[in-house]
Design a protein around this ligand. Structure first.
Ligand code: GLN
Length: 496
């Protein structure tokens, strides 16, 4: 049998159920892998092994008492933007150094009720703003496939630890692609649920009308398992809708008969790297062999999605980040100040990084009187047009398939010199958030430089079942999920 740490989450839970291992053993085994590999990856900001062991022992004791839970004893990593009672939550920012969460986020509380164990906090772009995790105030995370490449972002730490075998699964958040893009760059599975599927309470807000929490996993079945546990209403978040949560694992099938796959013509106009285009086309061919029918669809406002997203997201961020003022949360400037305004200014100048400041300034500008109608209001109108495009497309197809990103993982350092170029890389992911849809990233190939490529499967709002079905059938028909990055084979990192 494969080592404990190499199992999928579903397989590990099966071992736990059969008492072939304990959750305590699982945490210890993963702790050892993390100690060996994470110094080279730097995916975790903190691993609280003692706390995880306590939770694991409680889970083992609960099982011994005959209790159950869909995640009982499963250790998970989580992005450092989620509140866990008593734990630090920095959002990758200096401004939140020293802050400890007073309560569990709604999504975390659900996982805890199902018996999950929390292993550690993963690195991220500051306040989830970025596509490379290089905007973290704390450390640079390396792509497990190539240490000179970014892991993607903003949930780059979560993607890297899953891909490097340092976690069975992790939580990420996705405002404009931050689950799907790092999953694609690191070769793991990432699910961005429909807006309103998962509670955002206790998730530090970036852009409230776009943010969603979702799972990042080794395969599609694990993502289905975790979303089932994450999803559902929450009295603390009125946008988390009270709709039935399907049994996503039961929706998985290995054929795609009767499924219509929409291929948006605007997404296949030669704007992607040849390797990405080839891998995605091959994936679509596999799906057709499994019985799906491919139809061309049109999303005519695609070219407006990136500017629309960067107006709406920055506008919402400028309002959300106003709360970090040196009074209520986190750190305060140590400088000599003479009045509260100077204290706010110094605290924010010292506490925020360059990208966060850029976005607060942009967002404040597009909301300012005189510019509000020209930018923010107009962006909201275009957002409706983008949503209408998808509504029309889903009239003729069940899911849409596309690349996750136009390129594979780019070089560390490349984004810092040209933020605009980095924003443009979000072209295939931001429309999904603007329209409130769900999107899955599934590994679908490798570039000639041995970097993973992701297939994006987009579903209508609350259409997660059909997205999982398509993703699972495709994944099971191919071998990509068995690919391991070189770090998992390096023997110098395997000896304790
Ligand atoms: N890359 C996008 C941005 O920088 C998406 C980030 C996200 O989804 N959190 O805003």
């Amino acid at each position: 049998m494969a080592a404990l740490t190499e199992l999928t989450a579903v397989e590990l839970l099966e071992q736990l159920r059969r008492r072939a291992c304990s959750s305590e053993e699982a945490v210890k085994a993963m702790g050892a892998v993390i100690r060996r590999r994470d110094p080279a990856i730097k995916g975790y900001l903190e691993v609280d092994e003692e706390a995880a062991l306590d939770q694991a022992r409680s889970a083992d004791a609960a099982r011994a008492r005959g209790e159950s839970g869909s995640l009982l004893g499963l250790p998970l990593a989580f992005k450092d933007v989620l509140n866990l009672a008593g734990q630090p939550c920095t959002c990758g920012s200096r401004i939140l150094a020293g802050y400890r969460a007073p309560t569990d986020a709604g999504a975390i509380a659900r996982l805890r009720r199902e018996g999950a164990v929390f292993l550690g906090r993963t690195n991220m772009d500051e306040f989830a703003m970025g596509s490379s995790t290089e905007n973290s105030a704390y450390q640079v995370t390396h792509n497990p496939w190539n240490p000179d490449r970014v892991p993607g972002g903003s949930s780059g730490g979560s993607a890297a630890v899953v891909a490097a075998g340092e976690a069975w699964a992790a939580l990420g958040t996705d405002t404009g692609g931050s689950i799907r893009q790092p999953a694609a760059f690191c070769g793991c599975v990432g699910m961005k649920p429909s807006y309103g599927r998962v509670s955002r309470s206790g998730l530090v807000a970036y852009a409230s009308s776009l943010d969603q929490i979702g799972p990042m996993t080794r395969d599609v079945r694990d993502a289905a398992l975790l979303l089932k546990a994450l999803a559902g209403p929450d009295p603390m978040d009125s946008t988390a809708l009270d709709l039935p949560v399907p049994d996503y694992m039961a929706a998985l099938a290995t054929e795609l008969k009767g499924m219509r796959i929409g291929l948006p013509k605007e997404y296949f106009v030669g704007g992607s790297d040849a390797d990405v285009e080839r891998a995605v086309q091959e994936a679509i061919a596999v799906c057709r062999k499994l019985g799906a029918e491919a139809v061309e669809v049109s999303l005519p406002h695609t070219h407006l999605a990136v500017p629309t997203y960067y107006i709406i997201a920055t506008a919402e961020a400028s309002a959300n980040l106003a709360r970090f003022d040196g009074v209520r949360y986190g750190t305060r400037t140590k400088a000599d100040v003479h009045d509260p305004i100077e204290m706010y200014a110094k605290t924010r100048a010292e506490g925020f990084g360059a990208e966060v400041k850029r976005r607060i300034i942009l967002g404040t500008y597009v909301l300012s009187s005189g510019y509000h109608d020209a930018y923010y209001l107009r962006a909201q109108k275009i957002r409706s047009l983008i949503r209408d495009d998808f509504d029309r497309a889903f009239g003729t197809c069940d899911v849409i398939m596309a690349p996750v990103t136009p390129t594979a993982a780019f070089a560390l350092g490349a984004a810092a010199t040209d933020p605009l170029q980095m924003y443009l890389g979000d072209i295939f992911t931001v429309p999904v958030n603007l329209a409130g849809l769900c999107g899955l990233s599934v590994p679908c190939g490798m570039t000639t430089d041995r970097l993973p490529v992701g297939l994006q499967i987009i579903g209508p709002a609350f259409g997660e079942e059909q997205v999982f079905r398509a993703g699972y059938a495709y994944e099971q028909a191919t071998q990509w999920r068995h690919q391991r990055p070189p770090i998992a084979d390096r023997t110098d990192l395997q000896q304790g």
